[in-house]
Design a protein around this ligand. Sequence first.
Ligand code: NAD
Length: 475
Amino acid sequence: MSYREELLRLRGERVAGDSGRFEVIDPSTGEPVGSAAKASREQVEQALHHAKAYRSPLSRFERAEILRRAAALLSQRADEAAQLITAESGLSLQDSRYEIGRVSDVLLFGATEALSDDGQVFACDLTAHGRQRKVISMREPLLGVIVAITPFNHPMNQVAHKVVPAIASNNRLVLKPSEKVPLSALWFADLLYEAGLPPAMFQVLTGDPAEIGDTLITHPAVELVTFTGGVEIGKRIAERAGYRRTVLELGGNDPLIVCEDADLDRAAALAAQGSYKNSGQRCTAVKRILVHSGIAEAFTERLVAATEAWTYGDPRDERNAMGTVIDEAAARLLERRVDAAIAAGARLRCGHRRRGALLAPTVLDRVRPEMELVFEESFGPISPVMTFGSVDEAIALVNASRFGLSSGVCTQRMDWITRFAKELQVGTVNVWEVPGYRTELTPFGGIKDSGLGHKEGVQEAIKAYTQLKTFTLPW
Ligand code: NAD
């Protein structure tokens, strides 16, 4: 049974509530924290027609102003926004506050990018048969509508990464946020409208993906589908999308590689951060820790100490670094995978306790690549330690995965660093950083089952959201 099928079986149903709305549940209490509308297929079609018919008159300056105003409003309301993210996702307030800082960065980078024009001028008298002309390139918004579909793990920042580049490039975007965390998306849309964004440039449709997903992907008004989420849905979207652009940012199984020369305290601190921040629910969370066998025990002892010091519990308690995972079904799935790894010979070093959707940060060693815990993406606060004997073996272990998103490397040796940078089959290699390190501006994205190689990050997203037109003239 696939990860997704198992989760759906554990959850029992996709979307609860009456036929017009569905409830949003706080994973830490099991109580409803709000509700959102269940859009019908007709409403999806209306939204897409409305977006398609609209042509934005906004200048670059006006778009930048809207994004800057939104960033200012967000900083005034940062606490309210963080509380909302925490309420619907179970992420700790510490994580949610960090997310708000990232959203603000996305807005400010978007404002700067809205002002810059990457058009180029090419001379044509370059060869023997050249002419006295120029070719000029320019980027235009898409003719059709952009549909964005986002996951639950960063309820506001994932949305910001979709919509801000769309605003910067004068597009129209229709968003379907995760049904688990729709409230942050709706809140963010209101913030943008208040900052002056014409609503036709950004519409949010909440509801049951089984009901509205297909219309969003196949409607003729849609020119681009940009999806962030799991591999299974991503590949289904790729099949259904047909002759239209797709940007797919999918799952990960990112390694942190700790070589024999590494400073072990520094490496263990990175391993803990990479595994437990955002409750381990980042596409680029550390999901496998590959440690040289000669230092594995000394490293693991330090990792256990860092893990036992990692505070977790009530997400609203400011002292807790970590809250819950997204729901009890996800926590039970992770618990079962840890049990299975232990039954197959892995050794539990600490953690592995569950209360509802709350999981203790967990360290296991003697983990082998074929165990489901590391073979599949395990989206939660678990540090599985595996060993390698040589750099060749470490590279082979990473590349054997079907995923290829990001990686972190702990070594001082330049010859090893260059080998990792060149030979790891991933989108990013971070030396002395967690795989998740990036800025909101810079290119980000994976290969293999982690994505089709398109990048996100504000600059790259603008490229994906625009068509490059050239015109030529005598000069
Ligand atoms: P998911 O694939 O279950 O859902 C993602 C989105 O797809 C949700 O909005 C969901 O409602 C929607 N969806 C579900 N069925 C659909 C259908 N038939 N048609 C259209 N849309 C449909 O993912 P999730 O559990 O919300 O998020 C976790 C996953 O996202 C992890 O695998 C994680 O690695 C991945 N992720 C990737 C990146 C990246 O940039 N590569 C970033 C964050 C998360």
